[in-house]
Design a protein around this ligand. Structure first.
Ligand code: FAD
Length: 332
């Protein structure tokens, strides 16, 4: 079954990348005394998988996609221990991480639920560290908040957003932000991501989630630009739990082929690597981040100009108008 979902909690929605599917699901596990294992940040903003047993400030850091490979550590082992103690466990991660967990566990557990993210690749933590060092130095202050796809300019124009201890704030879209630019240019992911073995509609998980760019076409209603999540449910167990938590979401059944046709290019396909992918990491240490990125990826004057007027264009609804024209052109 395929659905489009969005959490009804507006604050959680705005912190989440798309429709915030993970929060009501996690709350179901917390209510059962269970645990949720997913990607968050450590004290140095490294992306790491951690255990959560309650909602709150710490859990809020799990919301949103982090376009970096997350460090799993002994997550699988600890999950096995909890399952052996007959506890409810939810694991959320990339498709390869979910597959890795299933291989490690060797058998099915009734109280385990897994969610895989449709993913087109994960950049290296080394690049992420270089990016964090660059931003910390530039703003001369500690980072206090990060969101890779902040919705200030709407879901369709998500931007990297960093807040600093000195009160300053940085936003940069994929047009100019060094981390997003390299991610979406397909130059920074792991080599294996470009020939991913898990590109298939059928998955080993209970749920698969991915971005929903075409809710207007899928539901025949106006897109309010706050984001929805495409959700595929693969198992009876997944369906049962979704029924129990469905009142926490706006939820609409959709045609699976149509949803994948419109939004799910990455469900069945790997990204095509940038021709410079093989060189990108070879001399990462030799350059400053801006020089390194600009050596391999073009950031044009036009990109910079568009970025500088984006705030005004958003307020004046120019971006919305341009998107409408683009969609009309696509439909012919
Ligand atoms: C590296 C990466 C690449 C992606 N590529 C695509 C794509 O090409 N096309 C597409 O449609 N969707 C992609 N997604 C999925 C998409 O960004 C959203 O996760 C999805 O739309 C669900 O949004 P949501 O608001 O419901 O998620 P949320 O409710 O915000 O939940 C997101 C969950 O993902 C977990 N997570 C975040 N980052 C990571 C990470 N690095 N590793 C493991 N788990 C993580 C969070 O901890 C959280 O539990 C990607 C996600 C990631 C992390």
């Amino acid at each position: 079954m395929a659905y489009i979902v969005r959490t009804k909690n507006q604050s959680d929605l705005m912190q989440s990348t798309s429709g915030g599917f993970s929060t009501p699901l996690a709350q179901w596990f917390f209510s059962k005394g269970g645990s949720v294992w997913t990607a968050s940040y450590d004290d140095n903003w490294n992306v790491v998988h951690r255990e959560f047993t309650e909602d709150g400030i710490e859990f809020s850091k799990t919301r949103g996609s982090k376009y970096v490979q997350s460090y799993l550590g002994d997550t699988y082992k600890k999950i096995l221990d909890e399952l052996k103690r007959n506890q409810w466990v939810c694991f959320i991660g990339t498709t390869c991480q979910v597959y890795g967990l299933k291989q490690f566990l060797k058998k099915d557990y009734e109280k385990l639920i897994t969610v895989d993210l449709v993913c087109h690749g994960t950049p290296s933590p080394k690049l992420w560290k270089k990016y964090l060092d660059f931003q910390t130095k530039k703003y001369d202050s500690k980072i206090t908040e990060i969101n890779f796809r902040n919705k200030t300019y709407g879901y369709h124009s998500g931007t990297m957003m960093l807040r600093f201890e000195n009160g300053k704030k940085y936003t940069g879209s994929a047009r100019v932000d060094y981390m997003l630019k390299s991610f979406f240019s397909e130059i920074s992911s792991r080599p294996s991501c470009y020939s991913c073995k898990f590109k298939n509609v059928s998955r080993v998980s209970d749920y698969t989630v991915f971005d929903c760019w075409h809710m207007g076409e899928l539901l025949g209603r106006k897109d309010d630009d706050k984001g929805y999540t495409n959700l595929l449910v693969h198992t009876d167990k997944g369906s049962e739990i979704l029924k129990e938590i469905s009142s926490a979401y706006e939820i609409f059944p959709v045609n699976i082929q149509k949803a994948i046709g419109l939004d799910g290019i990455m469900v069945c396909n790997s990204a095509i690597p940038n021709k410079n992918r093989q060189y990108f990491y070879a001399n990462l240490d030799e350059h400053d981040l801006p020089d390194h990125i600009r050596k391999y990826i073009k950031i044009t004057k036009k990109d910079e100009l568009l970025e500088s007027i984006k705030g005004m264009a958003y307020k004046m609804k120019v971006i919305e108008l341009l998107r409408k024209i683009k969609n009309m052109k696509k439909r012919g």
